[in-house]
Write a new protein. Structure first.
Length: 356
């Protein structure tokens, strides 16, 4: 990878370190919000793909999505471990798209797009690995890895200053250790002390940007191809962009040199970018279908929030809701929206009292 593909490690000075438990909990709630923010764009790209014509792309994007769900659960475990309460069912969780990452570099904008070159560039920027030696950044972070570096530094500092027993005060019964993560070989780790917290952070960062900065692979086995190791998120999207897989011996500098990977651009539903409810009048069938999707998605957020706050059995209900969401989104994407575009989900917040 050349320097134009990486971010300069000295571009932005470090922000104030995480030096209090209140600040640590605040940053870990931001981590929950960050991991959630990736889900709507990945879902739009995934649901826009015809799985029969684009099996490789479906496999790659669905694998990343499930791992982001795992990261969301790990971030919730981290927050619970230090006495926090994860929040997901709230209006600020679903701002209008395009949107920035929570407390991230404002130049990173997330949009609701069908799969294609524009979506891939967005995903590559989102999953961009930090340079070796890049500064930790707890706010206005340039990369996700640098943000988690700041959280790691805060955990280490507070554990040394206060003692682990005063940092990890959360109820261990609130820790999730199992879930519907069949499409990932990552581990949902219970967080009860500094060592397990660092393990959880390592899992999140490695799956996103690789086992070491400047490396292609994470430390997991590829669940779709058990004979090889797993490529991290950034490099999975690079494979889709370049149309070739990585093979053993490949590096960021060499790029992927393995077998051809084909993306059929005609096998993608042309969803209108960043759709909004207000784009259709009240009573329009598309608006009605979008509203039903939004209600179901907000029900999912409620179920996940409950699962993260002492009701782990709600994960099962959340997965049922996820299955229903897929059908609702795909129906929208197969509905013409006035021109060459199709409709799509809008991911807008619906207050609990307005949900059916």
């Amino acid at each position: 990878m050349n320097s134009s593909q990486q971010l300069k490690s000295d571009a932005t000075p470090s922000r104030a370190p995480i030096a209090t438990l209140e600040s640590l909990r605040e940053h870990l709630q931001w981590a929950v919000e960050l991991e959630h923010a990736t889900l709507p764009p990945y879902l739009c790209a995934l649901y826009s793909l015809d799985p029969h014509r684009n099996p490789d792309a479906v496999q790659a994007v669905s694998g990343v999505f499930v791992e982001e769900m795992l990261h969301l659960a790990l971030a919730a475990n981290l927050l619970n471990a230090v006495g926090g309460q994860p929040v997901l069912d709230a209006p600020h969780i679903l701002p209008a798209h395009p949107r920035a990452l929570p407390h991230g570099d404002r130049s990173i904008q997330l949009s609701l797009l069908p799969f294609g070159p524009e979506a891939l560039e967005m995903f590559l920027r989102l999953e961009q690995p930090a340079l070796p030696g890049a500064r930790a950044e707890g706010d206005d972070y340039e990369t996700i890895g640098q943000f988690y570096d700041a959280i790691e530094q805060g955990l280490r500092h507070l554990s040394a200053e206060l003692g682990e027993q005063k940092v990890f005060t959360g109820d261990p019964a609130r820790q999730l250790t199992a879930g519907p993560f069949a499409h990932t070989s990552g581990q949902l780790t219970a967080v009860t002390d500094l060592a397990s917290a660092l393990t959880a952070i390592e899992e999140i960062v490695e799956q996103g940007e690789g086992a070491a900065r400047g490396a292609v692979w994470d430390n997991d086995q590829d669940v779709f191809h058990p004979d090889r190791n797993e490529v991290s998120h950034y490099y999975r999207f690079l494979e889709l962009k370049l149309g070739r897989r990585h093979q053993p011996g490949d590096t960021p500098q060499s790029g992927p040199t393995g077998e051809t990977l084909v993306v059929d651009l005609d096998g993608i539903y042309p969803m209108r970018p960043n759709p909004r409810l207000e784009g259709h009048p009240v009573g329009d069938p598309i608006r009605g279908a979008q509203d039903q999707f939004n209600q179901a998605y907000c029900a999912l957020l409620q179920q996940l929030e409950q699962a993260f706050n002492g009701k782990p059995q709600m994960l099962g209900a959340a997965m049922g809701t996820m299955y229903a969401l897929k059908g609702k989104a795909q129906n929208l994407m197969q509905t013409l929206d006035g021109d060459d575009n199709t409709a799509g989900p809008t991911f807008e917040y619906v207050a609990p009292e307005l949900r059916q």
